[in-house]
Design a protein around this ligand. Structure first.
Ligand code: GLY
Ligand code: MN
Ligand code: MN
Length: 368
């Protein structure tokens, strides 16, 4: 995609003669390959993309995705696809580029094995690390990306609205996670954007808990943190519920988290140092009886991966920019008892932000 390739090069000074983006074996795939090559499906293990400063792109695809790659290239006059066997890709890149002397690489994603192969093909090359430029280019989204993020978020939101209807005594965390993932698939997701978190009772006090066979029982608080992939774009949503008799403490915790999220959202606008969004949420929580119980940064960028290369917390100065797609996800965690996190996806706009996720955020108590 010419504008995206050009956006990558704009971030680099000095500019290399070419940028080589190389995929190894899943999950070691550089999503920047899919940022510049807009192909909605296919694994592309072992494939590489070579981006040129004029915006042109050469893709060396393995034969396993040749047809998908050719169809995508037909839609973009600035992309040329070459189908080559996996063990010939590095040599083919050498023939295309000749004895290039300065080549950019994504140090954050390139495997060492790939680097050795490239270094053999280009013995005199000066390698430069493009990973910061890539991060800066990818962190603000174009209109097409925002549309895909919106559709991804809508799949997650629809499932979020349905979770209360699925809760019943005895369902296990793993069963609920499987049901949520199944529904995301039915609503158009190509998969989950990360390992679904379903946490019952005291487990909900651990932000990145992994579901197990714990069964739901009356009195449990519940945290569900999940997301879809839609045309490679990730959503990330968390909703917290309560099962059974009203728990006054958790209800107040929920209200406090919601107030913290509102405060954080109110701080969102272009030019604001991103730490201000985190601090707005932290101030609300630290003024409550649960001071210090926000134990993580309040958000991160989303895009081709759920943690899209950039996150913000109490000390991150980077200003918000129009087109950034980020999460806003304060939480309060009470070890041994339970937790509440509310997470939404938004996009920063000229005047503030727009929600991508749409599930109601109020306290939901499900009858046991
Ligand atoms: N799903 C992990 C997170 O919210 O960052
Ligand atoms: Mn999440
Ligand atoms: Mn998140």
């Amino acid at each position: 995609m010419k504008p995206r390739v050009q956006k990558l090069f704009q971030q680099l000074d000095p500019k290399p003669e070419a940028i080589v983006l190389a995929n190894a074996i899943d999950p070691h795939l550089d999503q920047t390959f899919f940022y510049v090559f807009d192909v909605p499906a296919g694994l592309f293990e072992g494939s590489i993309a070579i981006a040129h400063p004029d915006g042109e792109l050469d893709v060396f695809s393995s034969p396993l995705e040749a047809e998908t790659a050719q169809i995508a290239a037909k839609k973009d006059p600035h992309v040329k696809v070459h189908v080559v066997a996996r063990d010939e890709t590095a040599g083919a890149a050498r023939r295309l580029l000749g004895p290039a002397t300065s080549i950019g690489l994504n140090f954050r994603e390139l495997t060492h094995e790939w680097f050795v192969k490239l270094d053999e093909q280009f013995p005199g090359a000066k390698w430069s690390d493009c990973s910061n430029g890539i991060r800066r280019a990818r962190v603000t989204k174009d209109a097409n990306e925002i549309e895909l993020l919106r559709r991804s978020a809508e799949i997650g939101s629809k499932v979020g609205r349905e979770i209360p209807g699925v809760l019943k005594a005895g369902i296990s965390e793993l069963e609920l996670a499987a049901e949520m993932e199944h529904r995301m698939g039915r609503y158009g997701a190509s998969g989950r954007s990360f390992a679904t978190i379903v946490a019952f009772g005291p487990h909900s006090a651990e932000p990145h808990y992994a579901p197990a066979d714990t069964k739901l029982k009356a009195g449990d608080s519940i945290v569900c943190d999940f997301g879809a992939y839609y045309h490679r774009y990730a959503s990330d949503i968390t909703r917290s519920y309560h099962f059974g008799r009203r728990d006054e403490e958790m209800k107040k915790v929920h209200e406090t988290v919601l107030n913290a999220q509102e405060a954080a959202l109110a701080a969102v606008r272009p030019g604001v140092p991103s730490k201000e969004v985190h601090l707005a949420a932290a101030r609300v929580i630290d003024a409550s009886p649960w001071k210090g119980r926000l134990t993580h940064g309040v958000g991160h960028s989303i895009g081709l991966v759920v943690h899209d290369g950039w996150a913000y917390g109490a000390t991150v100065e980077d200003p918000l920019e129009v087109g950034m797609a980020i999460t806003v996800e304060p939480g309060i965690y009470l070890p041994g008892h339970g937790g509440v996190r509310i997470e939404d996806d938004i996009v920063v706009t000229k005047n503030g932000y727009e929600f991508l996720t749409t599930t109601p955020r109020e306290y939901v108590e499900v009858l046991a």
